[in-house]
Design a protein around this ligand. Structure first.
Ligand code: B12
Length: 301
């Protein structure tokens, strides 16, 4: 696309259907699209500048706020992506597209992008390397006040639905793993990912999900005798829930249940004297499950 400066602000405004005052305001506020200047200091837009303005205009029409749309355009430009819809071949390219689609509440486009990503990467890799990082990024945008709660919720609900699909369907007859979040814990995307990995590896997954009372997990473990129990804690405090029942956990551990504690809040498990292993990452939780059966993994080292 031609980057030769040739259109005045008036012509540019007419060609892309964005008011000249708006183009000037964008440049003042965001330094976008930063057209070249003539000898007389007049703005001169190139075809490439106009394509970026059109891209931003289309995102605004989809419901993204102007400041967000410009920010997305600048990120996209920095990533070397064109100002046109189209999925780059790299996971970074797909991530950028997905970020834009989720910020614009575009379920259809996001679904289409994930379909393409899973075709290239496998469903679990697409989740780990494309969807989950995008959810985290939208969360970071929300923390910085650049995305709304609705946008953050929309993205995490999209991820929950994608994950639910991976956990759906007939179960394997293999060993069972019970997955639950600690009491008060609503963050379950990490736990669902570990459950989906386990399922793909042949485990029978008993998925309890968010905010599960400790006694319920213990009773269910006693009754169903899963080979492993994965407890996720991102913000929840294990001290007042799980640590009080550590002797029951140890009894079950001695009968062969591997306890896996995951998420930032789970780092306390070792200090609290709980049995099993603390998984420092999603991958480590999957590795611990994969190793089970070949090693005896009962006590916190
Ligand atoms: C989505 C989200 C939510 C959703 C959760 C939806 C759902 N059903 O899961 C909702 C809207 C419910 C939510 C609520 C809250 N959230 Co929130 N949320 C997030 C967000 C945007 C993404 C988290 C996520 O799931 N990412 C995907 C997972 C896979 O990645 P991850 O969280 O980074 O986890 C990594 C590790 O922690 C670990 N891991 C995580 N889980 C597990 C599980 C296992 C088994 C293992 C092994 C590893 C593991 O592996 C991951 C990859 O490295 C983050 C912000 C961000 N930018 O990340 C905040 C964040 C996690 N939330 C936060 C907070 C404070 C809250 C609320 C208290 C907000 C409020 N004031 O109400 C509530 C608390 C609810 C509760 N009691 O649990 C904080 C936590 C800060 C902290 N550590 O104390 C964060 C970091 C945002 C922030 N900076 O303020 N949240």
């Amino acid at each position: 696309m031609d980057d030769f400066p040739k259109y005045t602000v008036g012509t540019a405004a007419r060609l892309v259907g964005v008011r000249a005052a708006t183009l000037r305001a964008w440049e003042r506020r965001y330094g976008f699209p930063a057209p070249a200047r003539s000898a007389g200091r007049y703005r001169l837009f190139s075809d490439l500048d106009l394509a970026w303005v059109q891209w931003v205009r289309d995102r605004i029409r989809e419901g993204i706020r102007p400041a967000q749309a410009v920010r997305l355009a600048l990120r996209r430009r920095q990533a070397g992506m064109p100002p046109a819809p189209g999925v780059g071949s790299s996971p970074e390219g797909v991530r950028e597209e997905l970020l834009t689609a989720l910020m614009a509440f575009d379920d259809g486009r996001a679904t289409e992008l994930m379909k393409r990503a899973r075709g290239r990467l496998s469903p679990l890799k697409a989740l780990r390397h494309v969807l989950l990082p995008v959810v985290a990024e939208i969360g970071a945008e929300w923390e910085a006040g650049r995305a709304t709660v609705s946008q953050e919720h929309f993205a995490s609900q999209f991820a929950l639905r994608y994950l639910a699909q991976l956990l759906h369907g007939p179960q394997h007859p293999g060993p069972a793993v019970l997955c639950a979040c600690a009491p008060g814990e609503q963050h379950q995307l990490g736990l669902m990912y570990v459950a989906a990995e386990a399922r793909a590896a042949g485990w029978q997954v008993i998925y309890l999900g968010a905010d599960t009372p400790t006694l319920d997990v213990l009773h269910t473990t006693q009754r169903l005798r899963p080979r492993a129990v994965v407890v996720a804690s991102v913000v929840a405090d294990l001290k007042d829930s799980w640590a009080r029942h550590r002797s029951w956990c140890w009894r079950l551990a001695r009968r062969g249940t591997l306890w896996v504690w995951g998420g930032p809040g789970a780092l306390a498990a070792r200090r609290l004297g709980l049995p099993g292993r603390v998984a420092a990452s999603l991958e480590e939780a999957s590795r611990l499950l994969a190793a089970l059966g070949t090693k005896s993994l009962r006590a916190v080292p």
